[in-house]
Design a protein around this ligand. Structure first.
Ligand code: AMP
Ligand code: MG
Length: 273
């Protein structure tokens, strides 16, 4: 299967118009890979990503936005750490979105997000995103239904604007099972190096699981578009998550065919030897 010309990401892309039901999707899937087979491919993808990012930055033409969503412990931080192995800090930013504060509260839900989108040559990774406006805020009942219900259209219009203006958008939903999350929450609390990540709100999606799943299903169903597709990544196995994330991001950037630019103002008579 991994030798097939079909892209691995095709298995995980939510085709526009499909009704997503996470409950029917296996978070433990590995598409026939085992850890050993995944290792080589994952390393090869990191090599591709290194060259691609350098090229995108040099060319200063494309703008790449990677959106990571998923419940707490789904592996958003781990996916960022993985991608950053390939990327140069020059030209790449990771941006976390937490509970809105200060002036963020005084503006519409897209305001703080729009301010952080990538510029020419940049790759920006969102750790959470504008989707919290229809996830955290819906699940936690922080805004009335009338407010979150109209945001799907706003999100699609916003992403269309970005895409039309030259941004490639790759949205990755890291899908883990409740059982795996419980394991990880336990491990988090037991490890002094991970304990600090724990917040009471980590339990919100567990405590309101049906509400949370409905919110995820709706966001994935209503906001997977041709210009900004969602991918649902089986993430119970961290090694498979890294493989899928690396491959999907590399394929998406490669499809843009970035190329190193010619130098500007090169004098014809420069003695080069
Ligand atoms: P973490 O990503 O684990 O550092 O946690 C960030 C927290 O901020 C999570 O509990 C999110 O649900 C929460 N958060 C992010 N965006 C929003 C938002 N728009 N409204 C409410 N909570 C949010
Ligand atoms: Mg957290």
């Amino acid at each position: 299967m991994h030798g097939s010309p079909q892209r691995l990401g095709d298995a995980f892309r939510v085709a526009p118009g499909t009704s997503v039901r996470l409950a029917t999707m296996d978070p433990g899937a590995t598409l026939g890979f085992d850890k050993d087979a995944a290792r080589d491919r994952t390393a090869a993808d990191l090599d591709r990503l290194e060259v691609l990012q350098e090229t995108v930055w040099a060319e200063h033409r494309h703008r790449i936005l990677i959106v990571l969503q998923g419940i707490d412990t789904a592996g958003k931080d781990g996916a960022i750490r993985h991608l950053m192995r390939a990327f140069n800090a020059m030209g790449v930013r990771a941006v976390p979105f937490g509970v809105p504060v200060g002036p963020e509260l005084a503006h519409d839900f897209l305001w703080r997000v729009h301010a952080q989108v990538p510029g020419d040559g940049e790759i920006v990774i969102f750790n959470r995103s504008h989707y919290e406006g229809v996830l955290a805020e819906r699940i936690g009942e922080l805004v009335p239904e009338a407010t979150w219900a109209r945001r799907y259209d706003a999100i699609n219009a916003f992403e269309r604007l970005l895409a039309v203006e030259g941004t490639t958008i790759i949205k990755l939903f890291l899908h883990i099972s409740p059982a795996e999350q419980l394991e990880r929450l336990r491990a988090r609390l037991a490890d002094p190096a991970k304990r600090w990540k724990f917040r009471r709100s980590d339990l919100r999606d567990r405590e309101r699981w049906d509400v949370a799943i409905a919110a995820f299903d709706d966001a994935l169903t209503r906001c997977s578009t041709a210009e900004a597709p969602w991918y649902v990544i089986p993430s119970d196995h961290k090694w498979f998550r890294n493989l899928a994330v690396g491959t999907i991001v590399a394929d998406a950037i490669e499809a843009l065919q970035p190329a190193f630019p010619e130098p500007e103002g090169l004098p014809a008579d420069l003695p080069l030897s």
